[in-house]
Design a protein. Structure first.
Length: 206
């Protein structure tokens, strides 16, 4: 029979286990984003997480298990971020600017850079590609839905779905450019120009 004392002892242990797992996943995502696919080994990740190799292998016995869990976390984080419409959105053209800035932010953070490393590896790894495709599709749907909702809360403008997709494709390209060098200055100019074009296109339908 489980005693109150044994239950109380298990709770801190479970919490430590959860925190260790979170540190390992966070270190994996950071390693993928900053140092690439080849660097994301159990040994390197364990060292960066401040966890012994044995403890790391207790949670993730193989590199494949570690990468798979980190990949699922990456897309879960990206999808969660994409799925939430900002609580307070401005009106008019400021709303368009906020929506486009939000779309670009989805593709210029650490999680996207980590995902990009896995996408590149999946190009020559059918098993990894099979794992990635449904996760990426779920994220893409969430990103598109929230961008449409932010650009056109009423849902009345037939142009918005296409504009939202072009915006996300543009954002993905800007995110890719940002992986090699600091592209922030050019990105700001591109985003400003696109915001003006979208505002003009939507204004003609008002």
């Amino acid at each position: 029979m489980t005693t109150a004392r044994s239950s109380a002892a298990r709770e801190p242990q479970q919490e430590r286990s959860r925190l260790t797992r979170e540190r390992l996943l966070g270190a994996t995502i950071d390693t993928l984003a900053r140092d690439g696919w080849a660097a994301a080994t159990v040994s390197i990740v364990a060292e960066r997480a401040g966890v012994s190799r044995g403890a790391a292998q207790h949670h993730f016995p193989t590199r494949e298990a570690l990468i798979t869990a980190a990949l699922e976390q990456v897309f879960e984080d990206m999808t969660a971020s994409a799925s939430t419409v900002q609580d307070e959105m401005p009106d008019g053209e400021d709303r368009v600017a906020a929506a486009i800035d939000r779309a670009v932010a989805l593709y210029t953070g650490v999680t996207f850079k980590a995902a990009l490393q896995v996408w590149a590896a999946a190009a020559s790894d059918p098993a990894l590609r099979e794992l990635i495709l449904p996760l990426e599709a779920k994220f893409a749907r969430a990103a598109h839905q929230v961008t449409v909702a932010m650009l056109d809360p009423s849902g009345a403008n037939p142009k918005v779905r296409r504009i939202a997709q072009i915006t996300l494709d543009l954002a993905r390209g800007l995110g890719l450019a940002d992986t090699l060098s600091d592209d922030s200055h050019r990105r700001e100019q591109v985003v400003a120009s696109w915001t003006e074009m979208v505002s003009d296109a939507l204004r003609t339908d008002l």
